[in-house]
Design a protein around this ligand. Structure first.
Ligand SMILES: Nc1ncnc2c1ncn2[C@@H]1O[C@H](COP(=O)(O)OP(=O)(O)OP(=O)(O)O)[C@@H](O)[C@H]1O
Length: 636
């Protein structure tokens, strides 16, 4: 959602808000990009080409049966007016019935064949797209908007085949057959029909594309922005009210809604205009065909057949206008899918993630079942897991001060190290380097002797992970949230991890126990319970190198001490722990405490040594002690 300052910029009449970064699929050059995206998508359709061609031929047969039905029925009616002997009409009567029935049968089989081919293909596309996304460890956070767009983007592939290519090729084929049929009656009339079909099937679709391309490109981001507004206005209602920004937020959203409505009206008006021109073209072509046929001396009944056949044929060709419109709207989605399909997933991110902390955590799929973890994690991982940072430097933006500045760390198997420091010191960045979410600009980070960047997306989480900053709690049951950590865990293992995180009593007190649903984003839990649940999940996963980023955040001092102690005790012997913390209590038993300040190591040593040395650690410890003593004195 836009920040409050943005809400204040304008009222509904003048609002023209920025919509975030321009989608690469939109804007200048989008036509070329759409074409190459279509080619990329069609390459995937190759294995299903036979089925798709079959569906196209059946679609053409359907349209042709309709056209032949109209022409034959016209011939029958006009001939019957002359009261000929019935046997002269028998063939036509049977043909009308046969065409009417076969049209339905063709349509049905065409839908079956087309959907069968496309649904098979779309399964491949989905699998490839999701595999690419799952492997993108350093991808920017996927918002609800981009996820829902992703789903509709994959559907764009389906629409390209079923709503554009199949009907368009059927319309083109039937147009050719119609001209050939008319030529059997009168060559000049067939020529006029060909011109009418070219206007309806080529000129009008081009016009429709030109009229709608710009608006269609603006539509998708606007709809996305409105969807994001809806989520933010509901989820962020309390914060907006607290900052007095409700009015301005509503104004901004209303402005966007108005802009979307104007765009849709403009698109609809352009669509109606093109449709009206299409009807006019059909009428004019039929009129011209009649005049030319009459002047060529074609008999009256056949002139009628030509007139009705022309109206039907032009109507079929006008389907190309609809196909062109669809194609315009699908362009952006197809381009995004093609980018994902073409992407060669790098073994490691190419640079710091735009938001490393979010990238490190799983994203919610609203309303969906919990996704399986990238790889089963668990305690039984062989091989070395010593972690070394050697003069690691991370810079999020060129020219900005480094978030980590030549930081070295030695976390050998079984050691427990705490990284502490003021806000913004670089603690979470250090964790992000180890999870591969951020690639160092200098120095080297190794796990088990191998550079972190050489691990595949599957391998690294088996070695290193745990509770990362802003851990996400899914709209699912307590059990399902925990099983993300270790999919095969039994109730006893769940209970051990949950007890270590201090949540077991709460779970047992719930009527539904492990099957208690925690609500969207864990909304039915308190902040502390959410944190304990996320910690229990990390303890259950128990990777050989356990990262705990602020495991006791949101807990009161007494609970924080107890949870930290039990979490450390629950970590299997031989596993290493990297604890990131603001609180300095409970660190006495750790092998080393590293104090970061502005990305640099300011102090390092054991808790007792640091307490004995003047510096940030001692000052901060004294401050926290005093504050917590005051808190405890005040608490009942
Ligand atoms: N995705 C990002 N893009 C740009 N800068 C970032 C990003 N993430 C962190 N930074 C910057 O890097 C520096 C270190 O941030 P980091 O989150 O690692 O600090 P931290 O010690 O974990 O802070 P806190 O205790 O408040 O979580 C900060 O100056 C921060 O503004």
């Amino acid at each position: 959602m836009a920040v409050p300052s943005e809400f204040d910029v304008a009222g509904p009449a003048t609002v023209d808000p920025p919509l975030g970064p321009v989608d690469p699929a939109e804007g200048p050059g989008s036509a070329t990009r759409t074409e190459s995206a279509e080619r990329a998508v069609l390459r995937l359709a190759r294995p299903y080409l036979g089925r798709l061609v079959g569906a196209g031929l059946l679609a053409a047969a359907t349209e042709f049966a309709g056209l032949a039905l109209m022409a034959t029925a016209t011939w029958l009616l006009m001939s019957a007016a002359g009261r000929p002997p019935l046997d002269r009409l028998t063939v036509a009567i049977v043909a009308v019935r046969a065409l009417a029935i076969s049209r339905g049968v063709f349509r049905y089989t065409e839908r079956l064949a087309g959907h069968d081919a496309v649904l098979r293909m779309i399964t491949d596309v989905r699998a490839r797209v999701f595999a690419t996304l799952a492997a993108r460890r350093a991808a920017p956070a996927r918002s609800g908007d981009s996820l829902s767009r992703l789903v509709s983007d994959v559907e764009a592939v389906q629409d390209l085949l079923l709503r554009v290519l199949v009907p368009a090729s059927a319309a083109a084929l039937v147009s050719l057959l119609a001209v050939a049929g008319a030529a059997l009656i009168s060559l000049p009339a067939a020529a006029v029909l060909a011109v009418g079909l070219l206007v309806a099937g080529l000129a009008l679709p081009t016009l429709a594309t030109a009229l709608t391309r710009r608006s269609a490109a603006e539509l998708a981001p606007l709809r996305g922005a409105l969807a994001a507004d809806a989520v933010d206005l509901t989820h962020g209602a309390a914060d907006l009210a607290a900052f007095g920004a409700t009015e301005s937020a509503l104004r901004a959203a209303t402005g966007r809604a108005g802009r979307l409505a104007r765009l849709e009206r403009r698109l609809a008006a352009a669509g109606f205009a093109v449709d009206a021109v299409g009807t006019l073209v059909a009428g004019l072509t039929a009129g011209a065909v009649v005049l030319v046929a009459l002047s060529a001396g074609v008999p009256g009944v056949l002139v009628g057949v030509l007139a009705v056949g022309t109206l039907s044929a032009v109507e079929i060709a006008l389907a190309l206008v609809g196909a062109a419109r669809q194609r315009t709207q699908l362009g952006a989605g197809l381009t995004r899918v093609a980018v994902l399909l073409d992407e060669t997933v790098p073994a490691a991110p190419a640079g710091p993630a735009p938001d490393a902390r979010r990238a490190a955590g799983p994203e919610p799929l609203p309303g969906a079942e919990l996704p399986p973890p990238a790889a089963p994690t668990g305690p039984a991982v062989g091989g070395g897991h010593d972690v070394h940072l050697d003069e690691v430097t991370v810079r999020y933006r060129a020219g900005a001060p480094p978030a980590l500045d030549r930081v070295s760390l030695d976390l050998r198997g079984g050691r427990r190290i705490a990284v502490v420091g003021p806000s913004g010191a670089g603690k979470s960045t250090l964790a992000a380097v180890l999870t591969g979410a951020v690639r160092p600009a200098g120095g080297r980070a190794t796990v088990g002797g191998r550079d972190v960047t050489t691990y595949s997306a599957d391998e690294l989480p088996r070695l290193i992970g745990g509770l990362l900053a802003e851990a996400y709690v899914f709209h699912a049951t307590v059990r399902e949230n925990l099983l993300l950590g270790r999919p095969g865990a039994d109730d006893e293992e769940l209970a051990t991890a949950t007890a270590a995180a201090g949540l077991l009593d709460w779970v047992r007190a719930q009527p539904a126990g492990w099957d208690t649903v925690v609500g969207e984003e864990g909304g039915q839990l308190s902040g502390g319970q959410r944190q304990r649940l996320a910690l229990a999940r990390a303890l259950l996963a128990a990777p050989p190198v356990l990262l705990l980023d602020e495991p006791t955040e949101g807990l009161d001092p007494t609970a924080a001490d107890a949870v930290l102690a039990s979490a450390l005790a629950a970590t299997p012997a031989g596993h290493s722990v990297l604890l990131i913390s603001h609180r300095l209590t409970g660190l006495a038993g750790l092998d080393e405490v590293v104090v970061l300040d502005a990305g640099r190591v300011a102090q390092r040593g054991r808790h007792a040594e640091l307490l004995a040395t003047p510096g940030w650690y001692r000052d901060q410890w004294l401050l926290q002690e005093a504050a917590e003593r005051g808190y405890l004195a005040l608490s009942p």
